[in-house]
Ligand binder design. Structure first.
Ligand SMILES: [Zn+2]
Length: 160
């Protein structure tokens, strides 16, 4: 799924966690579970890393992370009784697996190999894509966008 949904899920789960560290870890865990739900981005991923990959990724990630930041700020404002540090930790945990993918992509495209980090990132990539919803049963891209917009709207409307 996209970062606004991952950040929202991590932030909402963080409310029930006793501290920011646990909120972060639960946010990370929620990412893999949500990615396993068919959400229409398996073909999008191929387009993203096709021609002009760096430019496409920069534009899409800026939009994705920018929207996630707006959603996170709005959710923090609507949960004034909660520690914002804990909520932000959950939201960051929710998007961390995709940030690790991005870091791996940048390091690989520059040809930089960092001991321990590079092997860890490649191992994480395999785990991340193993659990990710696959092409044969994915839903159309537009449906995936609509479903994700509805999920975020529900989080606000139901004041989760
Ligand atoms: Zn992901």
């Amino acid at each position: 799924m996209y970062s606004p949904v991952h950040a929202t899920a991590g932030l909402l789960l963080a409310q029930y966690m006793p501290n920011p560290a646990l909120a972060f870890l639960v946010g990370v865990g929620s990412h893999y579970l949500l990615d396993a739900v068919p959400h229409g981005d398996t073909y999008f991923g191929a387009w993203l890393t096709g021609g002009h990959a760096k430019r496409r990724i920069a534009v899409v990630e800026s939009l994705d992370l920018g929207l996630a930041a707006i959603v996170v700020l709005a959710l923090i404002a609507s949960h004034p009784q909660q520690s914002w540090v804990k909520l932000v930790a959950g939201a960051i945990g929710g998007i961390t697996p995709d940030l690790l993918w991005g870091l791996r992509f940048v390091l690989d495209s520059k040809g930089w190999k960092i001991p321990l980090l590079t092997p860890f990132l490649h191992h994480h990539d395999r785990w991340h894509s193993w659990g990710h919803a696959k092409h044969p049963y994915d839903i159309p891209f537009a449906v995936g966008i609509v479903v994700q917009v509805i999920l975020i709207a529900l989080a606000f409307l139901l004041h989760l």
